[in-house]
Design a protein around this ligand. Structure first.
Ligand code: TNX
Length: 403
């Protein structure tokens, strides 16, 4: 589906692939072999034959547009730069306590009211359905699939603030601009909750060509355990009824999963339960792949609850070693989340994302053959000039001998 053969010979450069995505990836590889900026001088490229297929079908990044909102014009350049490294999924965290970021026509106040602020009290914002579709189409041109996430039953204050009837006490919550989590929950035993979920997931499914809907499911600390399991199983059925597969943070694996559902590992061992149920997993270890963790103690942006993650730590790990029972068959792939409690601009996004995402991209694409930090850091060094040429505000990690 994504492989290619790139042949560089004296008479011609050829890219062969079974599918258009393979041609695109062959072209990205070729572009890495020529200077990043246009030149009128002849360019010499070493003759080679490269046969290349990805190890994992899921090579993702997640952007939290709920804590701080990022407009289409900020997400597009991020997509451009992810595509150069053969990242093929961009998961958008579209709702949380602090904001609801996607227009839902049958529940208009979600975005209009629930999207009207963000962490710190700024103006927030949301994507109209037309803007969202524009983003989906833009990403698809670069073989990136947008994965929409609506987080339930916790992380729902923005929805609970928008509609009184979603609350057990029929009283709308206040909008929230702080960063503590775990206080909100949908009302599990009210029929309207499931009407809400069906409407929202239905509209989201219609906007989503991909076969996945992410339903969150993390940190539902204000939902009783049995109620949580009941809700996840009902949501799974709603997602299925709309023709999609459910993805959720690994806590969902405590519920009974369909084999088509997918659990996203982040910091517990629930993902192993998903594997035992015959479901597959996406691996996003908070200690390795969380782009919102600081690089070192001096990093001004970001958090450190999962530790500091320097460029070496983000690269030197193996996805199947992160979850008990994980194999190349039941691991769909890797994803690096960027939570945005402290992230406010595209420059901030780029600083935390690059260069760590390049290591994650390699873990997702290339086989694990004696991965070596010393070898990698030399290769990564060559990307400094490229990132500069593409105007990426990357962190020039001192451990890398940047060119
Ligand atoms: C935990 S990771 C969360 C998010 C926060 C993040 C901050 C996960 C599934 N939930 O709500 O933004 O930590 O690093």
């Amino acid at each position: 589906a994504e492989g290619y053969v790139l042949t560089i010979a004296p008479e011609a450069i050829c890219i062969h692939a079974n599918r258009p995505a393979g041609i695109f990836y062959g072209a990205q590889t070729l572009l890495q072999l020529v200077p990043p900026t246009p030149t009128r001088e002849p360019i010499a490229i070493r003759a080679a034959t490269i046969r290349d297929v990805p190890r994992f079908e899921w090579r993702g990044m997640m952007l939290d547009v709920a804590r701080h909102f990022f407009k289409v014009a900020d997400v597009k350049p991020l997509i451009d730069n992810l595509a150069r490294y053969k990242i093929n999924r961009l998961h958008l965290h579209l709702s949380d306590d602090q904001g609801w970021r996607i227009e839902i026509k049958s529940w208009e106040r979600l975005a209009k009211h629930g999207g009207s602020t963000e962490v710190g009290g700024g103006a927030g914002g949301y994507y109209s359905q037309a803007e969202y579709s524009e983003l989906v189409a833009y990403a698809a041109q670069q073989y990136i699939t947008i994965i929409p996430e609506i987080d339930v039953p916790g992380h729902t204050n923005a929805a609970l603030a928008s509609y009184a009837e979603l609350n057990a006490d029929e009283t709308a919550r206040d909008l929230y601009t702080g960063t503590e989590v775990g206080f909100s929950s949908l009302s599990i035993h009210q029929a309207i909750t499931y009407k809400f979920l069906d409407d929202v997931i239905g509209e989201l499914a219609a906007l989503t060509p991909a076969p996945y809907i992410h339903i969150g499911g993390d940190e539902a600390r204000s939902t009783a355990h049995d109620a949580y399991l009941y809700l996840i199983e009902r949501v799974q059925e709603i997602v299925r009824a709309h023709g999609k597969r459910m993805i959720g943070w690994e806590e969902i694996a405590q519920a009974k999963l369909l084999p088509t559902s997918i659990a996203q590992h982040w910091c517990a061992d629930f993902a192993a339960q998903a594997i035992r149920q015959g479901a597959r997993v996406i691996v996003s270890p908070s200690t390795r792949a969380y782009l919102d963790m600081k690089y070192d103690a001096a990093t001004k942006l970001g958090l450190d609850w999962a530790g500091l993650i320097d460029v070496e730590k983000a690269y030197m790990w193996e996805p199947t070693a992160e979850v008990q029972g994980a194999t190349d068959e039941n691991v769909l792939g890797v994803e690096a989340p960027l939570w945005t409690e402290t992230i406010e601009t595209l420059d901030d996004i780029e600083y935390m994302t690059f260069p760590r995402i390049i290591g994650i991209a390699e873990i997702g694409w290339s086989p694990q053959v004696n991965r070596s930090w010393d070898e990698y850091r030399q290769r990564l060094a060559a990307h400094g000039a490229r990132l500069k040429a593409f105007d990426v505000n990357f962190f020039a990690a001192p451990q890398v001998p940047w060119e």
